[in-house]
Design a protein around this ligand. Structure first.
Ligand SMILES: [Zn+2]
Length: 80
């Protein structure tokens, strides 16, 4: 039987990809955090995570602190 994997969209480049390979996060009190299991979440593809140019406008769009955003991305890369 063919399994269909959930497809989600990267908020930076709008490419669709399987949920498995996207970084899932959410906004909490104007901070960007890993998805906690509740609330609204968003996705970033790994290409964008590794490419600062693609995501440079995101902190503004999401109204999060730029330094925190950069820190979050660094952490997410360290995690694998
Ligand atoms: Zn992307």
């Amino acid at each position: 039987m063919k399994m269909t994997k959930p497809i989600r969209m990267c908020i930076a480049c709008r490419q669709r990809a399987s949920k498995d390979i996207l970084l899932r996060f959410q906004l909490k009190d104007n901070q960007i955090v890993f998805y906690t299991g509740e609330g609204r979440s968003m996705y970033l593809c790994l290409d964008c995570v590794k490419n600062p140019k693609k995501i440079q406008s995101l902190p503004k769009r999401l109204a999060v602190d730029e330094a925190l955003f950069a820190k979050f991305l660094k952490e997410s890369m360290n995690n694998g």
